[in-house]
Design a protein around this ligand. Structure first.
Ligand code: IMP
Ligand code: MG
Length: 177
């Protein structure tokens, strides 16, 4: 285990099981239905790479880079630094996100895609911290609800580090206090 990790919250095998189960649900719901998968970078990169390979349907992918975090706190100010390239008007969209905390990022992104005339916008998140919600966002697919701890690994970072850990762990508070 990495020295900055207090404990492992979700091991590699558990992550694999969660991803497989979400992929099955999506496959069932979107069978015979066109959709575009849009990942929120950078956090969702690992999850999306695994998830998309488990969904045996034909669909395009696109990406948005948005940020609202500085250290372990959401700033509440969301900025899109890279937008999608595709025309999504009249299309069904599935957003893939690593974690929902206050929900402000996804609320902003969802409105952004609705303004671009998406027909429907659904949300798939690997993790959900429902306790600190500051928006009415409810994910359509959730991998796992987690306690109010700062987690890293499997794409999730603290100041751009730990994204490459293959498991999800609770970051030792000594790293950020
Ligand atoms: P929200 O706008 O407060 O819902 O923030 C969501 C974003 O904050 C996620 O996309 C993550 O990038 C980041 N985030 C929230 N909680 C954590 C965490 O525990 N670890 C790493 N990143 C997190
Ligand atoms: Mg994120």
């Amino acid at each position: 285990m990495h020295k900055d990790i207090e404990s492992i919250l979700v091991c590699e095998k558990e992550i694999e099981n969660i991803v497989n189960s979400i992929a099955k649900q999506i496959e069932k719901d979107y069978n015979f239905k066109e959709f575009i998968m849009i990942g929120l970078l950078k956090g969702s990169m690992t999850f999306m790479a695994d998830l998309m390979r488990k969904i045996h349907l034909d669909f395009p992918v696109d990406f948005i880079i948005a940020s609202s975090y500085s250290g372990t706190q959401s700033t509440g100010k969301i900025q899109i630094t890279k937008d999608i390239d595709s025309d999504i008007s009249g299309k069904d969209i599935l957003i893939v996100e690593d974690i929902i905390d206050t929900g402000r990022t996804l609320e902003y992104i969802k409105n952004h895609l609705i303004n671009k005339k998406a027909k429907t916008v659904k949300i798939c998140t690997l993790f959900d911290k429902p306790y600190r919600r500051r928006s009415s966002i409810v994910p359509d697919y959730t991998g796992m609800k987690i306690p109010d701890e700062f987690i890293v690994g499997y794409g999730l970072d603290y100041n751009e580090l730990y994204r490459n850990l293959p498991y999800v762990g609770i970051l030792s508070p000594s790293v950020y206090t």
